[in-house]
Design a binder for this molecule. Structure first.
Ligand SMILES: [Zn+2]
Length: 196
């Protein structure tokens, strides 16, 4: 069992007026690093920020943790924060010859959760595009996988959506939380009559 995120911001966060993009990032951690929103919050505080810069963190086991409130301005992609939501996938790097390099080491659970999260955000913010961080900054490899290809695959296989929701729900169930994501998941599954 993981601790629930315990996040307090050191400054008041501005409310975001516009939402055009869901931007995917990675934590640039190795696959054995089981970190979440708490750890990233500490890293970002250490940089002098108000706290965690992402709105969501998808842990290695698929648990979705909330960072900045979804309607506030994030701190995750230079020049794009005022009109985007930042999602961080934990993982994305490996050590090779003593240095950290890009590695698409994300788990299947993480991709299920990411898929659910995008669908959920689509219901809150219309007509947004899903992009990887590297789309806005080609000098970066973040998030260590090809987001455009992933989105195309997701659209092509969306008839697996219910299965995907159930997988994520069963993960989140082990996490006794009253988070917004968990509540939404229960509601969606309840509506389609899949809640067991
Ligand atoms: Zn990034």
């Amino acid at each position: 069992m993981t601790d629930q995120p315990d996040i307090t911001f050191t400054r008041t966060l501005g409310v975001r007026e516009d939402t055009e993009y869901f931007i995917i990032h990675c934590a640039a951690t190795t696959k054995s690093m089981d970190i979440g929103a708490n750890e990233i919050h500490k890293w970002h505080l250490a940089r002098g920020w108000a706290g965690i810069g992402y709105h969501y963190v998808v842990r290695r086991n698929g648990i979705i943790e909330e960072g900045r409130p979804v309607d506030t301005v994030g701190a995750h992609c230079k020049g794009e924060n005022s009109h985007s939501i930042g999602i961080c996938m934990v993982g994305g790097s490996k050590k090779e010859n003593g240095k950290m390099v890009t590695d698409n080491n994300f788990t299947e659970d993480q991709f299920h959760s990411l898929s659910f999260l995008i669908d959920h955000l689509d219901t809150l913010y219309e007509n947004c595009e899903v992009r990887g961080h590297s789309f806005f900054n080609p000098n970066k490899d973040c998030p260590s996988f090809n987001v455009t290809n992933w989105v195309d695959d997701k659209i092509a296989t969306d008839n697996g959506r219910v299965e995907c929701l159930e997988i994520v729900y069963n993960k989140m169930k082990a996490y006794p939380d009253t988070s917004e994501v968990y509540t939404v998941l229960r509601k969606v599954l309840d509506e389609i009559g899949e809640l067991k």
